[in-house]
Design a protein around this ligand. Structure first.
Ligand code: SAM
Ligand code: DTB
Ligand code: SF4
Length: 328
């Protein structure tokens, strides 16, 4: 049986990872919790706030995404890039509500130099000046652009692999897995942290899930942050009719990610709103140590902020006013 003693490894095989994922649930969660406690404060859950700074009209055709211009049936209002001062004000409100990290997402295929990128740099500088971690997700990035983001103090760049190399072509055809890996390498080469994970519930197999975790865990170092999303099926997207996953599948994915990347922050991301309080707590026991916090993700609803207050009270965090970033 595979040893899971919390050693940082970069040579996990897909078979080993499938074996972990398929352990009896209590064994899997128990092992993941032990590894979690060895590397992290078990009582600490980072709150990250998320804001869509440019919404919709994206030229990529990601089958899950409501922001793709290819899915014209989606009911979504497109919005141009927000004003940096407004974004920083929203970040300040999120900080006052308890968020330590502020993540800004733009529905772009790639970053273009010019006024818009200058504005994003201003946003990053403004968020960092609030003494918050700053993360952006802007699509593909060239080296000189990563250099500017690093100089602005960017904490992390989010660029998800989303699924396995084998399943990828069923979900996105306008870019390749190699494109994704290129951007990740560029980000890394400028010393910016990597936030890289994926989505479950798109019709992939357990082996696909393990295969994605294998690619992530082979990175040296591991991504500092690994978001685990459950598909939010949005009307008008090709994946609209996918059934919601069983919450225990999310628990297994979180636990397996924790075992193969012991030191990373595992972020319980999209799909959290469909979990009850107890299923969320099980994910936290299984090694998740961050959540998105605030009433919306990018374009879809997040977990209810009142329920989050109850969740944090239940796990013993000091009570805070939960003010959503987007409500500012
Ligand atoms: N355009 C950039 C990119 O793709 O890298 C940044 C924004 S994109 C919306 C960020 C991530 O959100 C995607 O990589 C995907 O993992 C996640 N996402 C988008 N739509 C989702 C959905 N319906 N359910 C779950 N996750 C989703
Ligand atoms: C990530 O992995 N999940 C977040 C964040 N990184 C950018 C985005 C989730 C988006 C869910 C669909 C929406 O709200 O549009
Ligand atoms: Fe565009 Fe990102 Fe949505 Fe894909 S996931 S369509 S790249 S915004």
């Amino acid at each position: 049986m595979t040893v899971t003693d919390g050693t940082i490894r970069h040579d996990w095989s897909v078979e080993e990872i499938v074996g972990l994922h398929e352990l009896p649930l209590l064994e899997l969660v128990g092992r993941a919790n032990a590894v979690h406690r060895r590397h992290h404060d078990p009582n600490k859950v980072q709150k990250a706030s998320l804001l869509s700074i440019k919404t919709g009209g994206c030229p990529e055709n990601c089958a899950y995404c409501p922001q793709s211009a290819h899915h014209s049936e989606v009911d979504l209002t497109r919005d141009k890039l927000m004003d940096p001062a407004k974004v920083v004000a929203i970040a300040a409100t999120a900080k006052a509500a308890g968020a330590e990290r502020f993540c800004m997402g733009a529905a772009w295929r790639q970053v273009r130099d010019g006024k818009e990128f200058d504005a994003v740099i201003e946003m990053v500088e403004g968020v960092r000046a609030l003494d918050m971690e700053a993360c952006v997700t802007l699509g593909m990035l060239k080296p000189h652009q990563a250099e500017r983001l690093a100089a602005a103090g960017l904490t992390a760049y989010n660029h998800n692999l989303d699924t396995s190399p084998e399943f990828y072509g069923r979900i996105i055809t306008t870019r390749t897995y190699a494109d994704r890996l290129d951007t990740l390498a560029t980000v890394r080469s400028f010393g910016i942290g990597l936030c890289c994970g994926g989505i479950i519930g798109m019709g992939e197999t357990v082996r696909d899930r393990a295969s994605m975790l294998q690619v992530l865990s082979a990175m040296e170092p591991h991504p500092e942050s690994v978001p685990i999303n459950a598909l939010v099926p949005v009307e008008g997207t090709p994946l609209a009719k996918r059934p919601r996953i069983d919450p225990l599948e999310l628990v297994r994915m979180v636990a397996t990610a924790r075992l193969v990347m012991p030191g990373s922050t595992v972020r319980l991301s999209a799909g959290r709103s469909s979990l009850n309080r107890e299923a969320q707590i099980l994910c936290l026991v299984a090694g998740a140590n961050s959540v998105f916090y605030g009433d919306t993700l990018l374009t879809t609803p997040n977990a209810d902020i009142g329920e989050d207050a109850e969740l944090f009270a239940a796990i013993g965090e000091p009570e805070r006013a939960c003010v959503s970033a987007s409500a500012a």
